[in-house]
Write a new protein. Structure first.
Length: 256
């Protein structure tokens, strides 16, 4: 068997498991802390590591350049889901994912591979989403035992997203890999189960925290982009994640 497919299988198993676990931890923390925790770069971290492992460090660095735009589009996904849910119910998830893709695809088509330009484009999109969600208050989540079926769905879906990021990066180029490295896998599955259990108001409250929380991924992307060439994949990624954790703590205290 080609070693690439072995790595791809591992990306599916390991990536899906880690992301599903992070979703479960986030749900135990309440809407605010949980939303920020859920916005930590779990999908991005795992996807970029596997892109580097299956392709090259350079491919992962190039994939990270588009990620600020993809992350800002994820906040549009949140706004769209909250806005359309009362009219469309669960159909608002696929519709929001389509809107997410429509925001990103023009920038992939013109091949934006400059991190600074990506940051400049993403800034007004972040501001728009924060403005729309500003009125929702944090809510405490009741303790609920997760069903094995739900955990399996999250594992499979998250693992699929990581695998797609790896495949696209190898066969279509790093920008496509970067698109799926920041795919709102945790958001979409979490919104489905949160709304089902606690209602759209709680999901919207968590979405507000996620929107602020996504900002902690931006330092991760910046440090990853510049840190991996300077310090290597492992050290650069570890440093980037530590910076992201610090940013998450700062955002949590700032919005408390």
């Amino acid at each position: 068997m080609d070693i690439f497919y072995v790595k791809l299988l591992l990306s599916f198993i390991v990536g899906g498991g880690l992301i599903a676990l992070s979703i479960r931890i986030a749900e135990k923390l309440g809407s605010k802390a949980g939303g920020i925790f859920l916005s930590l770069p779990s999908t991005s971290l795992v996807s970029l590591l596997f892109i580097a492992w299956t392709n090259s460090n350079h491919a992962a660095i190039e994939a990270s350049a588009i990620m600020p735009i993809v992350l800002s589009a994820s906040t549009v996904f949140i706004v769209s889901y909250v806005h359309f849910f009362k009219r469309l119910g669960n159909y608002s998830i696929p519709l929001s994912l389509i809107i997410w893709a429509l925001v990103i695809l023009p920038f992939i088509a013109i091949k934006i591979d400059n991190l600074l330009l990506s940051l400049l484009v993403s800034a007004p999109i972040f501001a728009f989403s924060m403005f729309i969600l500003r009125g929702y208050e944090s809510k405490k989540i009741p303790q609920i035992k997760i069903r094995k079926r739900e955990y399996a769905i999250r594992w499979l879906f998250s693992g699929l997203i990581v695998s797609i990021a790896v495949i696209l990066s190898k066969f279509l180029g790093p920008l496509w890999g970067g698109m799926f490295a920041s795919f709102p896998a945790a958001f979409s599955t979490s919104f489905y189960f949160l709304t089902k259990r606690h209602g759209i108001e709680f999901a919207a409250s968590t979405g507000k925290a996620m929107t602020f929380g996504i900002l902690n991924v931006i330092p991760f992307v910046i440090v990853f982009y510049y840190g991996v060439p300077a310090f290597g994949l492992v050290a650069g990624t570890l440093f980037a994640y530590l910076i992201s954790l610090f940013a998450a703590f700062f955002i949590f205290r700032l919005t408390k």
